[in-house]
Design a protein around this ligand. Structure first.
Ligand code: IVH
Length: 734
């Protein structure tokens, strides 16, 4: 392959006789030199890609020889040049495509029919198929040059992903050096995932520490991978299955070891592999983990039988799978079959149907959100469904409870698909059934549940406005609302204060230590340490985390304030455009609505928020406590002196030409706000799902028709909680 140039001006292929310490020192010198050219003198000498290669090589040397790391190494600094290179964009030379999905036997049969039509000379009953577990993780592309790991990139939108080399380098099972000779440039594709046992342990630890738990192994894996600090990734053991060879270029080197001639013949001759099963064998021999549950079977009937077999045993595996990928084994047929714009024709993902489970509904309770909205929810006997243990499930609103007619004590059906919020479908004892699975009859049921008339937290009357489905506690001093406002303030998308989760906030409010977000900044370690489950160390950690949060950019503060309709994306657009809190709070609705990505709904809400003297006083108090009030890198026309180079659109066109359908309510967005966010990123947001739809985003109380249609057409479904991620990256969950 041409263009793979060793950084630092070395001649490709020349033997490097320097010790790792010498090479690391040289790389540090080069990086410092180019940092100065770039950051101080504003006169860079080398393209960014070359600079990235230097940093990447230094990280590589340091990860292989930790003894050469120095405290002043650019890789060890928080912030600064090395950090800005984390998650840099990486273009995939061969796009990372999606797979077509099949949910039912008829769709598997239709795929077989298509294969028969395209391969009239092939008898599908004697054709080999590779049947591989579809691991529910994060797709990853790993690059090896001369047998050494040099880069890891996420799938992104299939064309451009993110550079996560430093984090993937901490995954123990990812080889840093290949065990067998391989082509000069080798790209290996696979899935980074979190084993089920690791996930359970991580959540147990998080629960004990009072920090947030993850909904499922996929989220935990993806979250761990996106850590800015690779040490955090390393502390949450991730794993990897290799499933495909991507780009290969250059020859397989000769092995020099004596007596290796037969091995050499075997390994050299084996590249490039002729079949998927041979590719998996080569990857396994090179040191990559390959799922032991991947099987090659003869004939399409046997392939579909293998799908059913894996479905029946899915929970016996030590990792989460959501289906089976069936691939034509013979790679020469891949060329004949080709691909559509989205997916190859030689493979199909058989997706398991969402699982429904039965459990006992213990109680129906009502929670009060930060805006005072009263949401009924089901307290369930814990049940493992859709990849996680479900204890609580939303019942949405008063009408939904009535429609479903679920009552405390009922045996109910719980439904959960992937990331989607668990839902109580209805009682097992539905119309027509006289007894439930445990022998209870209709006469044994408790009376229909009725919505409480007063707030369970403060006792004020609950009100439901005519024509609306939601019920509210309108007492602004309600302690439950207070708690939720502080929890939201400290949440990951807000001020991101580690260790200040719901349980801790309840404790602090009950102890009279905090009543609103600003009080958080007055907490001191000593009094905190007197609380239950709070030692000297955790108190200090919490105070440090609170102090640290003062430097979050303006966009975080805007989210944390809980302004209606302002989610992370809208907040970033506003902060980038205005640059400072001062400029933003004095703007009128018209000026606010002029920001790219901000429509009238958000603009009106922000203007209204800052016109309320109570809100202004609360914000002033936060500012007086030393919170940061500007946005680094603000580029907008109103950002004044902070404006940087470049005059492109304020919002990246991540959804350019893509059509994204939204169903249900998304937290932090009104319907219009969500549409605006899609359109401002170059996308479309039609009201109906079609084959061309890029993704359907499913929020709270989604429309059944849209989700069903998405499943029928194989359109990817994205959980509402990941909407911001979709907007920001244009990327679909794997
Ligand atoms: S092959 C061109 N094999 O499923 C298609 N994908 O829905 C290349 N996945 O993004 C993918 N296990 O992240 C393939 N054994 C496997 C897989 C697998 C999981 C994921 C992968 C991909 C997604 C497609």
């Amino acid at each position: 392959m041409s263009g793979v140039r060793a950084p630092g001006g070395e001649v490709e292929g020349a033997p490097d006789r320097r010790t790792p310490a010498e090479r690391a020192a040289e790389l540090r010198r080069l990086i410092e030199y180019h940092n100065e050219r770039y950051f101080v003198l504003d006169a860079p000498e080398i393209p960014d890609a070359d600079y990235d290669a230097l940093v990447r090589e230094l990280r590589q040397v340091e990860s292989e020889h930790p003894e050469v790391i120095t405290p002043d190494s650019p890789t060890q600094r928080v912030g600064g040049a090395a950090e800005t290179q984390l998650f840099a964009p990486v273009r995939h030379r061969i796009p990372m495509m999606s797979l077509d999905n099949a949910f039912e036997q008829s769709e598997l049969d239709a795929w077989a029919d298509r294969l028969r039509r395209q391969l009239p000379d092939v008898d599908l009953e004697v054709l080999d198929f590779s049947c591989e577990p579809k691991v529910d993780g994060v797709a990853m592309s790993l690059t090896y040059v001369d047998g050494r790991f040099v880069q890891a990139a996420t799938r992104g939108d299939g064309v451009t992903g993110e550079d996560v080399t430093a984090n993937v380098a901490t995954i123990r099972v990812v080889p840093h050096e290949l065990k067998t000779p391989a082509p000069h440039h080798l790209e290996v594709r696979g899935e980074v995932y979190m084993p089920t046992a690791t996930f359970a342990e991580l959540n147990k630890r998080a629960e004990l520490q009072g920090s947030k738990t993850f909904a499922n192994p996929r989220n935990a894996g993806a979250g761990s991978l996106r850590q800015k600090d690779p040490a955090v990734t390393a502390s949450r053991p991730l794993s990897f299955w290799a499933y495909q060879i991507g780009e290969i270029d250059g020859a397989v080197p000769e092995t020099k070891a004596a007596g290796a001639s037969s091995k050499r013949r075997q390994s050299k001759g084996a590249w490039p592999p002729a079949s998927q099963s041979a590719a998996l064998a080569l990857l396994g021999a090179a040191g990559f983990p390959v799922s032991p549950d991947a099987r090659t079977v003869r004939g399409v009937t046997a392939a579909f039988a293998r799908c059913r077999e894996l479905e029946a045993h899915r929970h016996d595996l030590p990792y989460e799978i959501d289906g089976v990928v069936v691939k034509v084994d013979d790679l020469s047929l891949h060329e004949r079959l080709g691909a559509t714009s989205r997916a190859p024709r030689w493979a199909l993902a058989f997706k398991f149907p969402p699982e429904d489970r039965t459990t006992r509904l213990l109680e129906i309770m009502v929670s009060i959100g930060r805006t005072g909205r009263a949401t009924p929810f089901a307290v369930l006997e814990p049940v493992f469904v859709g990849g996680s243990t479900v204890r609580l499930a939303t019942l949405h609103n008063e009408d939904q409870v009535r429609l479903k007619d679920v009552r405390p004590g009922d045996l109910v059906i719980v439904h959960k698909a992937g990331d989607v919020i668990p839902e109580v479908v209805g009682p097992v004892l539905g119309p027509g059934a006289e007894v439930d699975a445990e022998g209870a009859t209709a006469a044994d049921r408790s009376p229909p549940w009725t919505f409480p008339t007063v707030c369970p937290a403060c006792g004020s009357p609950l009100t439901r406005l005519p024509g609306e489905s939601d019920t509210y506690c309108t007492n602004i001093d309600c302690p439950a609302q207070r708690v939720q406002r502080i929890v939201h303030f400290a949440s990951r998308s807000g001020m991101d204060i580690e260790g200040l989760g719901e349980e801790r906030v309840v404790q602090l409010v009950e102890a009279g230590m905090v009543a609103d977000p600003a009080d958080v900044y007055l907490l001191r370690a000593e009094p905190l340490a007197t609380l239950e489950r709070m030692g000297a160390i955790s108190s200090k950690n919490l105070v440090d985390a609170i102090e640290d949060s003062k430097s979050r950019p303006l966009s975080r503060l805007l989210v944390a304030l809980g302004i209606r309709h302002v989610g992370p994306t809208g907040a970033r657009a506003l902060a980038r455009d205005f640059g400072t809190l001062g400029a933003l709070r004095n703007a009128g609705a018209v000026e606010l609505a002029a920001v790219e990505g901000v429509g009238e709904v958000i603009a009106d809400s922000v203007a209204e928020f800052f016109s309320n003297p109570k809100n202004v006083a609360a914000v002033d108090r936060l500012v007086a406590l030393g919170l940061r009030t500007d946005e680094p890198g603000a580029t907008g026309p109103r950002a004044g002196a902070t404006a940087a180079v470049g005059g492109g659109p304020a919002v990246a066109q991540t959804l350019s030409g893509k059509s994204v359908v939204v169903t249900g309510t998304l937290e932090g967005y009104s319907r219009e706000g969500a549409e605006e966010a899609i359109v401002s990123r170059g996308g479309k947001s039609p009201g109906t799902v079609s084959k061309k739809t890029y993704a359907v985003v499913v929020g709270d109380s989604p429309g059944v028709a849209k989700t069903k249609k998405a499943e029928e057409l194989g359109v990817p479904v994205v959980d509402g909680t990941r909407f911001d991620e979709l907007l920001e990256t244009g990327e679909l969950p794997g």
